[in-house]
Design a protein around this ligand. Sequence first.
Ligand code: E8X
Length: 625
Amino acid sequence: MYPQENKSRAVLSLDGIWKFRLNKGEAEKEQWEKHSLTEYENLYVPASYNDQREDAEFRLHCGTAYYEKEFAVPTFFAGQRLVLRFDAVTHDAMVWLDGEFLCNHKGGFLPFEVDVTDKVEPGKTVRLTVCVDNTINRRSLPVGSESGSAFMGSDNAGVPAVEQAKLWRRPMNLPNFDFFNYAGIQRHVRIYTTPAAYIENIILVPDIQGKDGLVSYTITTGGNETGTTAEIANTDTETTDEESGASADNNLVQVRILDGEGNVVATACGKEGTIRIPHAKLWEPYPGTPYLYKAEVTYGADLYTEEFGIRTVAVKGTQVLINNKPFYFKGFGKHEDFYIRGRGTDDCLNVKDIGLLHWIGANSFRTSHYPYAEEMYRLCDKEGIVIIDETPAVGIGAVDYEPYDDTFTLKDYHTQVLKDMIARDCNHPCVIMWSLGNEPSTDEKPEAAYAYWHELYNIAHDTDPQNRPVTLVCCQNNYERDIVTRTMDVVCINRYYGWYNLSGDLDAACYAWNLELDFWEQQNKPVMVSEYGADTIEGLHGTVGEMFTEEFQAEYYRRINAEFDKRSFFVGEHCWAFADFGTLQGIIRADGNRKGVFTKNRRPKLAAHILRERWTAIPNFGYKE
Ligand code: E8X
């Protein structure tokens, strides 16, 4: 659960300046975690390390780096349970306290935490060391190549001098994806307290019944107030000692539902149940009201308040329904990416971006290509922006459908990440669909692809208490051979007719779109475009709008969008991308990917005005009715 400060819980931030050192092969023999770093630079957390120094080594580093910080928790924390939480360390982390190994974590975009009550003595200064590893390979998500070249790279294979130089050069990461491999402690680091017996998790599932809202809730507790296993009491059998303890424990859980004005509108007791909220106000995407309630849970001395919305999501025929009304997606694929801090958590930037989404008339975005910082989802709950929540599974090729070796299968790791993402985000009203991943190979080995993705599809449905729709974002491919995409709840397609193919020819692009849409029309599924776009250099203009000009991007969206309007099963348009973003340097990237409708510093390109005109006239609901 997201760290919270209230009358029972305190939060101590460990953000700020940390000691930092890139490991150029020295750390192993010197065991940097065993003593305080002697040579180091001062770097800021949370942020990527890559752009914090004017040194190519920081930008291009491949491998591990060390962070270190000394801290003490206040003596008045004594008696409380202490938990150290990392919101995300990219990609892999190893953590030590005063040189003693504490934990490790694989994967760069989800939180991990460890109980340090017995390890951190209040009032005493301790040294926290974190080793981060930015390596990407066929065992990581996102996926990196282990030989060959990076995303769309051209390495002149076959030229002897080039082949030899490749063997000779420095080790480098070869992303199988089109965004900069930012790394480091990119999100907050905190110690939070709870009472010894504490609320471990809260799961809320909203529903609508007539004019009322229903919330099913499940609460798990830890540390256990009564000294028995904190399992839910089984009251219909004879009660043993242990069970009566558990039932007493169950009775310690109290739930109060507060409305937006702070009035108590319903109460309940026990670890699970269903609460009725008469005449409930629904959560609706902006410009509707994203109304939020609070579930205030107490368990003994502990308190945790979780915000939630009452809304439903379903797919019916060719429609995506929010609160039983057909929704039309208007928005973007985004990135967490900005000057200097790279992928570092930036609430101010998030606020700005939501403001721009409102300005342009968008109602949604996809967290391409990884789960974002939790602060963004919390903000979208309040601001009424709909999220398609994506795992970091980008760059998966047909080879990844086979086990890597005797010890590693990507699907197992992917399953874990998917479950962790759903566990982290499942209470957010703003999240209305899960994306299993982005642009895997689906048409090369269609059967193997089906076996891989369908298992994940089922796992997502089984894991999500709200059973939201599930999708897989499909790369432009042979959609007749691909048997995965068509089986998702919503068909999400990334298409670049007029850019990567039929380049610059918008007549041909529209023709191609229509041929493909004829195919999708037969599938009886809701279909949306999850990426389409054109690289555009701000300030580059032309009367006839050739590629890279602002006029071309504007015309591209104007022409293609008109085709979408002719299809009733077409439920949304997400432009690629919201803003320009960083990538690995390469021959098709001039200072990153320039397909942003906004520049990296969030100024509108011409297309932004065209989209604004269109989107402010398209309602959230009932557009295709
Ligand atoms: C692009 C986008 C990329 O940035 C995104 O992360 C994934 C890419 C296009 C795939 N989708 O290059 O701008 C291109 C397939 C072409 C046929």
